[in-house]
Design a protein around this ligand. Structure first.
Ligand SMILES: [Zn+2]
Length: 232
């Protein structure tokens, strides 16, 4: 039978105080692990919360809860976890304030997803981005095709800013409504505008043809472009 209110167990679970050094090492390892894993998840994976806030929540989560009722978790190591994680957090924010490189690595820069009614395909490669999720976000802002969008920017907090063309500047563009986006064209007819499914570039053909290569990304998958104004 274990003794209740045993001070040695309550504070340190019978471990020597040198164990606190091990707690420090565990904190450093888990803090860095959480930071790297969450960062590599991409900013869309941690929408709304900054990577840091999430790291703090994860690393402190069980440190706060476990000592409340697990008899084999001492209070002092748990309190040390708080202190160490806070110190690591302060140290990281200090590094960010001192070095722009560290800031860019940890927090990233805004990324242009759409420029001038076309996808910035070079930028797409830098950030894992689910295209259907991106399209859904545009549709929620009443965008039916990319020709209505002047700029779309993925902000560092994972949200997307969208700037629209004025009605008179809207041009034919790639439809993002699922039933139109999935309707690939096999036979191209003159006087119609087609939109590249990969880069949102548009093109016309002079005669009826069965093949069309995108002069921007060299892919060959097209759908009929839309040129309607944005309503809503
Ligand atoms: Zn293309």
């Amino acid at each position: 039978m274990k003794e209740v209110f045993n001070l040695d167990r309550l504070l340190m679970n019978g471990l020597p105080y040198a164990f606190l050094l091990e707690v420090l090492l565990r904190c450093v390892v888990m803090y860095i692990t959480a930071l790297i894993v969450l960062k590599s998840a991409g900013r869309r994976g941690v929408k709304q919360l900054s990577v840091f806030e999430l790291v703090i929540i994860l690393t402190l989560g069980s440190a706060a809860g476990d000592p409340l009722f697990y008899e084999d978790v001492g209070l002092i190591p748990a309190i040390c976890v708080f202190t160490f994680i806070l110190a690591l957090y302060r140290f990281t924010t200090y590094l960010i304030s001192r070095s722009e490189n560290v800031e860019v690595w940890l927090e990233g820069k805004p990324i242009y997803l759409i420029r001038n009614g076309q996808f910035s395909i070079e930028e797409f490669a830098k950030e894992p981005l689910a295209l259907d999720e991106f399209f859904a976000e545009l549709r929620l802002r009443n965008v039916s095709h990319i020709g209505q969008v002047d700029l779309a920017i993925l902000e560092t907090n994972g949200q997307i800013s969208v700037f629209f063309f004025k009605d008179e500047d809207v041009r034919a563009g790639l439809p993002i409504l699922p039933h139109l986006f999935n309707k690939e064209v096999k036979i191209f007819e003159p006087n119609k505008v087609y939109a590249c499914k990969f880069c949102a570039n548009t093109s016309k053909t002079a005669a009826v043809q069965t093949e069309l290569v995108c002069n921007r990304c060299e892919k060959e998958r097209w759908v009929l472009a839309l040129d309607s104004k944005r309503v809503g």
